[in-house]
Write a protein that binds this ligand. Structure first.
Ligand code: S3P
Length: 425
């Protein structure tokens, strides 16, 4: 993909459905009695991997342009897959389904692509094993492929060393099959879509500070789920609007759950002109339209409790920081190293090629903004969020930026480049 400088971006955009919520709607629908209808489902490769896995576990799922229909099997109705499950590039599918599979009365093996087979699964193997699960890394390196055998599960209280919604959700989902209450305490609260949606389907999940508790063996009932637009996809347009001179972009119907809205807080703290309009609620998830205008920005420090609320937005925030006067420091974000790519290394390498002043640290980045970016040839490393970040950087750089392996946007936003082009004026 080649990207050239644009003088301004103008218009209205509706981003696709939230990836985290789309995954969960399929998973919880599969474990419910009756039919779940999902509208505005994200038709990205990751969520299609989740559908594929549940079909292999015996769940009938209809996928039409209008909606997804999941004909649920109830908590104990999944059946053994004849083949190994393939979770593709999706960490959410891999980790959440492992929690569910730990509670089944049949054996499953699962694997994913080259990136998934390098990502840490010890973080779910440890707590699930503590619950009594029989789960192991088949290569013994703490990564997928994973083998999960039937075993009785017990309720535990797990103190998670990482603020990870995937870890938390895997434990809560195994907790559906445990012999007592299961609790997870996180260092900081991570995205709470599992808690909200499990309760919507009839489970009993409670939250006290950063401790989440779930009661076992609920009767889950099929629901109608309307998926809000993905704030992680909206983030590219938020930043594009703020840094591209003379721009004004209205992003419609975006999920603004406070466990996900760190990008808005950071942009405002940097002086960004952002308005939140038409606030609403769908199935317990807050939504709004977001209006962004080109702004004079200044650097900031991003650290601590806000990190999990913007973890997927840190690559585009690094781009944003290049256009802010002064220094931006990102700390406490070592998790970036174990995402679809090592996002600290990849952002530092690529932005350095564009002549940004950026240094990687053990747990983040330091960016001295205000320097003009120059076009370069950058590698996405097959990471969707890297490709999208460099499209926005490219629009604001001198020359033609080439993004290699740019098709990986299919993971979370198949129509990203077309939607972006609609804003060129
Ligand atoms: C996700 C949780 C986050 C996030 C990922 C989606 C989820 O991962 O980075 O894109 O849907 O639960 P971690 O739980 O590893 O932080």
């Amino acid at each position: 993909m080649n990207i050239t400088r644009k003088t301004r971006l103008q218009g209205e955009i509706t981003v696709p459905g939230d990836k985290s919520i789309s995954h969960r709607a399929v998973m919880f629908g599969a474990l419910s009695k009756g039919t779940t209808e999902v509208t505005n489902f994200l038709q990205g490769a990751d969520c299609l991997s989740t559908i594929d896995c549940f079909r292999k576990l015996g769940v009938e799922i209809e996928n039409t342009p209008e909606h997804i229909l999941i004909h649920g099997k109830g908590l104990h109705g999944l059946s053994e897959s004849k083949v190994q499950l393939d979770t593709g590039n999706s960490g959410t599918t891999t980790r959440l389904i492992s929690g569910i599979l730990a509670g089944q009365k049949f054996r499953t093996t699962l694997t994913g692509d080259a990136s998934i087979c390098k990502r840490p699964m010890g973080r779910i193997i440890t707590p699930l094993t503590e619950m009594g699960a029989d789960i192991k890394s088949m290569t013994g390196n703490g990564c997928a492929p994973l083998e999960i055998n039937p075993s009785a599960l017990h309720g535990i209280h797990y103190n998670s060393p990482v603020a990870s919604a995937q870890v938390k959700s895997a434990i809560l989902l195994a907790g559906l099959y445990a012999d007592g209450v299961t609790k997870v305490t996180e260092p900081y609260l991570s995205r709470n879509h599992s808690e909200i949606m499990l309760n919507f389907f009839g489970a009993n999940v409670t939250t006290e500070n950063t401790t989440i508790a779930i009661e076992p063996e609920p009767v889950l009932e099929g629901r109608k789920v309307v998926v809000p637009g993905d704030i992680s996809s909206a983030a590219y347009f938020i930043v594009a609007g703020l840094i591209t001179p003379d721009s004004e972009i209205l992003i419609k119907n975006v999920g603004i759950n406070p466990t996900r809205d760190g990008i808005i807080q950071v942009c405002k703290a940097m002086g960004g002109n952002i308005e939140i309009l038409n606030e609403n609620d769908t199935n317990g998830e807050p939504t709004a339209d977001i209006l962004v205008k080109y702004s004079k920005l200044h650097g900031t420090t991003i650290e601590g409790a806000i990190i999990p609320t913007l973890i997927d937005e840190l690559p585009i925030i690094a781009v944003l920081a290049c256009f802010a006067e002064g220094t931006t420091v990102i700390k406490d974000a070592a998790e970036l190293k174990v995402k679809e790519s090592n996002r600290i290394d990849v952002m530092v390498n690529n932005l350095s090629l564009m002549k940004a002043d950026i240094t990687g640290t053990d747990d983040g980045m330091i960016i001295h903004g205000g320097k003009t970016l120059e076009a370069a040839v950058v590698e996405s490393n097959l990471d969707h969020r890297i490709a999208m970040s460099f499209a926005i950087a490219g629009i604001n750089a001198e020359g033609t930026t080439t993004i290699l392996n740019s098709d990986c946007v299919n993971i979370s936003y198949p129509t990203f480049y077309q939607d972006l082009e609609k804003l060129y004026s």
